[in-house]
Each structure stands twice: as structure tokens, then as C-alpha cells.
Unconditional design. Sequence first.
Length: 409
Amino acid sequence: MASPLLPVSEALTRLLEPVRAVADNESVPLDEAAGRILAVDLVAKLTQPPFHASAMDGYALRAADAPDLGAELTVVGQAAAGHAFNGQVGPGECVRIFTGAPLPEGADSILIQEDAERLSESRIRTKFPVTVGRHIRPRGQDFAEGETVLRAGVRLDYAHLTVAAATNHPQVEVLRRPRVAVLATGDELVHPGSSLQPSQIIASNTFGISALIRANGGEVIDLGIIPDRQDLIENAIAKAVAEKVDVLVTLGGASVGDHDLVQASLKAQGMSLDFWRIAMRPGKPLMVGSLGDMRVLGLPGNPVASLVCGTLFLEPVVAKLSGTRPKARMAEALAGKPLAANDQRQDYLRARLSRDADGRLIAEPFDKQDSSMMKIFADSDCLIVRPPHAPELAALTPCPILLLRDFDR
């Protein structure tokens, strides 16, 4: 007698409970660090700005020399970014200065150029009151040498990388990406671009699953397409073990039919089977186990079932290993049409999202939900989640959805 199907929530708990974030660090150049998780606090190697600097184009002067409008000053030099004025500003003097230039010694304020009347090449008259510290960026205003500017655990984006560069770090310590091996099996599978022979189909799952892994911070090790031969499948599994991957994802062949050899091959290599067969549609033949330190996740060979299971199970595994959150997330919408009562399996209905005249979020399920129809999945914004034994649901009734992509229309 077959074992009962495992509820989705229990399967997720059992899958994720032993998973721990990757703890290994590696140093990468800044231009390769976007999206990576900072492994250690980033401490500034210098002070920014390293000197008192002008925030505007204008004239550097002593505020005491221009207490009122109409003060006349002598221009004794010029300072620009990268080219400091080497002298000192004395009584009744000023220096033509540009944004980013070091404040000359003796000056304590900037008169912006719009507020200065140029009387000659060497004389100006003030048209605005001058106060001490006006338009000056003080040394260390942004950060000081030795200050922690980024904390470990942050996912580095364009703003973080900008400040990391400014602190004079050409490289940063980040967490190693989770290594996820992807193994497709089946005599019928060939690579895109191949000339199809009778009974062959294009292998498509690898590309979607690999993209999902990368989107959640993982590194993909593609083990290729392996024919339905147990010795070859075992060799591919041994390669994943030898490369010390964190997760092995198999695509297809995890059931127990005459041509489904993945589960037997994994067991022959020492896999401990945790569970398989989930109470969900599509995606019932999902397999979870472990082989030493390597987590094993067997996804269905059916393309849509593979993508749904990848979203529900693989994505949170890779995200947890990466120290991030899964891209897909739960939300709520109104059903765009009546939904039939459900059986004992949790359904995931592909649907498009829209907003009605009142701005309410509407999830409109596609009429056809056959799990071989990849185009419908690509057109879907979300999956409507129908729990086991859910009763009929009237149109415009709230229902849970799993967002597949951002939606703000």
C-alpha cells in the first residue's frame, strides 16, 4: 500500500529545518560583488572627505572680512578639485574655488559665485551675507577612518558598492554562493538547437531551474543531460559529491517506474530518503533526501510541475543557504472567476493579475491548467493557492496567491 501524500506545509518544514546558511567566505573584486552577502563588517580605511572641502563653486574667504553686503576682497589664487591652493587666505583676501576643492588655509566660509560681483580679474564685491562654515563640507562629514560603514549580512547593491569603494576597499569579503548541481535525465531529452529525432523533446527545465537558482544567490553546476542508465546517473551523482555541492537538483526520473532510475541511483550512492510524493498539483512526485552534507531535491520532469516545485521548494532552500529571502512571496487577491471545490491535493493555479476600477487586486486563472503548458506559466503573474478540500469559491472572493514576479499595475 502506497504511503499517504505529504502535505505541502509539512514537506517545506522538513526540507528547510536542517538547512543552514553558507558560512564560508571569499574575497571578490567590487565589480563582481553586486548581489553578494557581506561576510564581515566593512571598516573605512580613510576619512571622507579627507579635508574640509567646498560644496559649491564660488570664493573661499574669511567671514570676518565680509560682515556686511558690499565688502570688497582681493582674489589671490584659485583652487579646484585635485588642485589645492597652496597659500594662505589673509585679511581682505579670497580664493576662487570650485566644488570639491580643499578649503584653503585661513578661509572659513564659501561665498557662492552667484552672490559675488566681479569687479576685475582680481577684485570682487559681496552681494550676500557671509557666515562661518557656509557651503563647506567638513573633514570626516561622511565617515572617519576606522568607522564601520557596512554591517555583515547586508546584500550588496549599487549604494553599498559605492560607499565600499569610497572607503578604499578594492575587494570585499562575501559569503560563498551556495553551489547547486543540476542533473537532467531522460533518453528523450536533447539540447535546444538540436535536430529532433522521433520520440525526442527539447530539454527546457534546466534553464528555468538554473535561472531560479541564480536569482536567489546560488551558483549553478550543470551536470548535463544523462540518459536513462543507472551507471551514468550514478557517475553524475558522484561528480556532484566530489565537487562538494550544497544541493543536488535532479530533473525527472525520481518516481519508481521502470524507466525512473534517479531514486535508485541516489540510494545506491548512499542517499538517505527523507520523503517523496507531495499532496500538491502539479508536482506530486517530489523527492527530498540527503547524501552526506549534500541536500538532494528531486523535481518532476514535467516542465510546469518542475517550475512550481522549484518555486515552492528549491527557491527557499537556496535563499536560506544564501542568507536571503525567496523572491516569490505570498499575498492575497480576489478570484477573477468562480473556483471549483478541491480534492485532497493542494492546487496551484496559474493566473494573471489586474486591478479593477477600485484598485482591488484580481487574480484571473487560466482556463487550461495542464501541467505541460509552459507558455501559460510564462504568462502568469501568480499562482492561486487552493488548499486541500477547499470548498467552491465565488468570484471576487479573497484567495491566497503566490506572487511569481513583482506586480504594480
